[in-house]
Ligand binder design. Structure first.
Ligand code: F6R
Length: 367
């Protein structure tokens, strides 16, 4: 059932071209120039008139939510807040019938997310679900939603569900931006054409980075700490990279927005500190270049995820992992793949139980 792979996690990492494709299938119609999502279309006015959208989730799904915030604010220009379900539910949140709440959950059974939704529902909010497990508890209490079609995720560490969540959030943001007039037809077409091609690029990333990431993981299997840095869309990707490493390898890892480094974490940097830096040639690339200079001046070890052909960051980094060029908003999907592989191979070298890490459960049905 592992399809020849040693672990479900590796199988699921390699399934991503298909799981992303399955999540988009029937939804992106490039030739017709439309995104078909009944859940959004049927409730378009609720979304358009929303005072704000609050995204509620836990763990990896919360990281997807953070990227969702960037996507929806950029393309649809609707204010978005992202909340840990456990915090939201206990702090008397300001939510009314003018609000839209989006819940993200792979399992659809997470207790805190479920309780937060019940609370939002009581306050009259419109509840939209992004779940992977069909007919799960969360899927059933939502007013509308879109399933991710990642297929069953067995490995406790979420991989293909995460990239499927990013796919759905991209579709929602682009669709809303299209309907509320923030995206020109031309930009809309450019984005859906590019998103439609992301499964091919993920395939390319798997083929071109797998052996190299496996090889360099040997140098880091004994590390005791890791930092993950990224800016903009890739800041949440850094958080997710760090979470993957800590949950399966038990190495302490932290993710930060790259610019926050100088507000504290820089004190940790010495020749024993590996730093994964996500630096596609987009957005604030020049700022990332100076972050890398600061790290190298302190002899930190830099593992850089860069756009193919990059020279500036690549010339300073100890290890260079190339991903294909893409729209910045989709780069977290591409950058996450080698980071999943890095966490996986480091964990395997440490003899950890990759598919069932200690103390963790696939669905967290108690708070
Ligand atoms: C991380 C992981 C957890 C889950 C979290 C939420 O790899 O698996 O952090 O993401 O427990 O679970 P769902 O998405 O099922 O609500």
């Amino acid at each position: 059932e592992k399809g020849g792979y040693e672990h479900f996690m590796l199988k699921e990492i390699f399934e991503q071209p298909k799981s992303i494709h399955d999540t988009m299938r029937g939804r992106i119609l490039v030739d017709e120039g439309i995104i078909k999502m009944a859940g959004i279309w049927d409730h378009l006015e609720r979304f358009k008139n929303a005072h704000k959208i609050t995204i509620i989730a836990c763990g990896t799904s919360w990281h997807a939510g953070l990227i969702g915030e960037y996507l929806i604010e950029e393309f649809a220009r609707i204010p978005v807040e992202v909340e840990y379900a456990s915090e939201f539910r206990y702090r008397n949140p300001i939510i009314s019938d003018k609000d839209v709440v989006i819940a993200i959950s792979q399992s659809g059974e997470t207790a805190d997310t479920m309780a937060a939704l019940k609370l939002a529902k009581e306050k009259g909010a419109f509840i939209y679900g992004i779940c992977n497990v069909v007919d799960s508890s969360i899927a059933r209490i939502t007013d509308a939603g879109s399933y991710t079609h990642a297929g069953p995720e067995i490995g406790v560490a979420s991989t293909k569900a995460f990239t499927a969540q990013l796919t759905i959030l991209s579709l929602i943001a682009i669709k809303l931006g299209h309907h509320n007039g923030n995206l020109s037809k031309q930009d809309f077409m450019k984005l859906i054409t590019e998103l439609d091609n992301i499964p091919n690029k993920v395939e390319e990333v798997l083929a071109s980075t797998h052996d190299y990431v496996k090889e360099i993981s040997k140098q880091y299997a004994d590390a005791t700490n890791f930092l993950y840095l990224g800016r903009g869309y890739n800041y949440p990707a850094a958080l997710e990279g760090a979470l993957k490493l800590k949950e399966i390898s038990y190495i302490h890892a932290e993710g930060y927005p790259a610019a926050e480094m100088k507000h504290g974490p820089i004190a940790l940097i010495d020749e024993n500190m590996p730093i994964v830096i996500i630096a596609p040639k987009k957005g604030h690339y020049d700022k990332i270049v100076s972050n890398v200079q600061e790290i190298k001046a302190r002899k930190g070890k830099v593992i850089a995820v860069v756009t193919r052909g990059d020279e500036q960051v690549a010339s300073m980094a100890d290890h260079v992992i190339e991903i294909p060029d893409s729209e910045e908003c989709f780069s977290p999907i591409l950058a996450s793949v080698p980071l999943q592989l890095l966490a996986y191979y480091i964990a395997v070298l440490r003899g950890a139980n990759v598919d069932q890490p200690r103390n963790l459960a696939k669905s967290v049905t108690v708070e």
